[in-house]
Ligand binder design. Structure first.
Ligand code: UD1
Ligand code: CA
Length: 463
């Protein structure tokens, strides 16, 4: 169920598309149910359906079960939401697991326990519950003297005695698919919101003399629902810690989990070391032996083995090979491809640039739309002038070239293999292989000029 307006989020974005630790809320729920290899998954959408359908595929794992979409035209409650999928389930047999789209902390392990309990119990319907110190907002589990569940009462419909109940409905249900659908039209709207409440199925099943049970999960924080921005932040923190724990368990050193942000989809091999303040997001992959120094921001970057990313580097949408040294204060904008043993030093910016094995740009440089060969040295202050105000142009620097400091290369230009560019040159033409290119005015020395000037100025100041 993911059709709700998410009113309490106060957002133009559907609630289930809000991201926690880098992935949409709904995606966690789908990932949790996927290991069951369900015949299919149906997403009940309403508010913002197009947006959900568009966003979702880029986050789903490749082996995700088939997903069908159903529209709940008007959000008339969770009971009505499930009813809107009736056509899809016509004639189907087996168990139907109903999940709320807004519980991203859910895992396959938790659902497995729930399913096992349901199968062993012989119940026809089972509700997943938990105990909360602060049950505000949740539906309360009402029981009879024998402790059997008899009803679920929503917070806003509950009297003061019911409000004291700490066991709540987590919004997860399992039952026989045909029985659930055949009883949905027995739900009423006699409640504070005038909505069809799915939890009222408990009463209906009991009236039909069908056994209903519940499964109490001891770790209540696992089932929190996202209804507000504050809950979004809480879930984000929880999932972030879960990701960091999993990485540490797998052999990644993370010195300060409190200040380290690693999103869900990031893949990191064992023996990577991460210092405080790293923010590693998107589809980043980091190979074994690599070190991420303090305060780096890394988004969608594939980094090889034994590379060092020095402090305060900002890297995105690029590929970096093995044994490279990047930063401190490096900036890789999208589209770079660095081979092995490449050095990108401080205050170097690169965009859409390929750099071959062992090449270096150690300081204060801009490389844009360039193809740089192997063993190239790019001096401090080199600038590829790739943009003429209308179009972008390519710079090619072949193997073994030495680019002196403070060089501008006005693209398009090709610097041939083994060429040397003298410091301070503005390259406007191609440079042939093994040539020296210099464009500077010859140096002139005027003997004694400075001493004379000094004397004159000192006399003037005294007056
Ligand atoms: C619901 C339960 C409550 C439970 C809580 C657990 C009901 C009436 N109440 O309350 O007992 O403690 O979840 O988190 O079910 N949705 C639709 N269509 C609708 C209404 C909702 O698809 O017409 C979807 C929402 O997108 C959401 C889920 O159903 O994913 C739950 O809806 P929400 O409004 O968050 O219900 P709660 O008030 O949290
Ligand atoms: Ca909810």
């Amino acid at each position: 169920m993911a059709a709700g307006k998410g009113t309490r989020m106060k957002s133009a974005l559907p609630k289930v598309l809000h991201k926690v630790n880098g992935k949409p809320v709904i995606d966690y729920v789908i990932s949790a149910s996927s290991p069951f290899k369900p015949e299919f998954i149906t997403l009940i959408l309403g508010h913002g359906r197009e947006m959900v359908e568009k966003e979702l595929p880029s986050f789903l794992p490749a082996d995700s079960p088939k997903i069908s979409f159903v529209t709940q035209a008007e959000q008339r409650g969770t009971g009505d939401a499930v009813a809107s999928a009736a056509d899809i389930f016509k004639g189907k047999k087996g168990d139907l697991l109903i999940l709320s789209g807004d519980t991203p902390l859910l895992t396959a392990e938790i659902l497995r326990e729930f399913y096992k309990d349901y199968k062993n119990s012989g119940n026809e319907l089972s509700v997943f519950t938990m105990e909360l110190d602060d049950p505000t907002g949740y539906g309360r589990i009402v029981t009879d003297n024998d402790g059997h569940i008899t009803a679920i009462v929503e917070h806003r419909d509950a009297d003061s005695e019911t409000l004291k109940i700490k066991e709540v409905n987590a919004g997860i249900y399992i039952g026989d698919v045909q029985k659930i659908f055949s009883f949905l039209d027995k739900l009423g709207t006699d409640n504070d919101q005038g909505e069809y409440y799915l939890p009222d199925l408990v009463k209906v099943f009991i009236e039909e003399n069908l056994p209903v049970g519940r499964f109490i999960w001891p770790h209540s924080s696992d089932l929190m629902g996202i209804n507000t921005r504050k809950e979004l932040a809480m879930a984000d923190k929880y999932l972030r810690m879960r990701k960091l724990d999993a990485l540490m368990d797998s052999g990644v050193t993370i010195y300060d989990p409190d200040t380290t942000y690693i999103e869900e989809q990031v893949m990191i091999e064992p023996d990577v070391t991460i210092f405080p303040g790293a923010v590693i997001t998107g589809k980043t992959e980091i190979g074994s032996g690599t070190v991420i120094q303090h305060y780096c921001k890394i988004h969608n970057v594939k980094i090889g083995n034994n590379t060092v990313i020095n402090s305060f580097s900002h890297l995105e949408d690029s590929i970096i090979g093995d044994e490279c040294a990047i930063g401190p204060y490096a900036r890789l904008r999208p589209g770079n491809k660095l081979a092995n043993k490449v050095k990108i030093g401080n205050f170097v910016e690169a965009k859409k640039t390929e750099i071959g094995n062992g090449s270096k740009a150690s300081h204060l440089t801009y490389l844009g739309d360039a193809i740089i060969g192997e063993g190239v040295n790019i001096g401090a202050g080199t600038i590829t002038c790739n943009y003429d105000g209308w179009l972008k142009h390519k710079t090619v620097i072949e193997d073994g070239v030495f680019v002196g400091s403070n060089t501008e290369i006005v693209a398009p230009a090709v610097i041939g293999k083994g060429a040397v560019i003298g410091a301070g040159t503005t390259v406007t033409d191609d440079v042939p292989q093994d040539a020296l290119a210099v464009s500077r005015v010859d140096q002139k020395n005027i003997d004694g000029w400075a001493a004379k000037k000094r004397k004159k100025m000192n006399e003037q100041v005294k007056k």
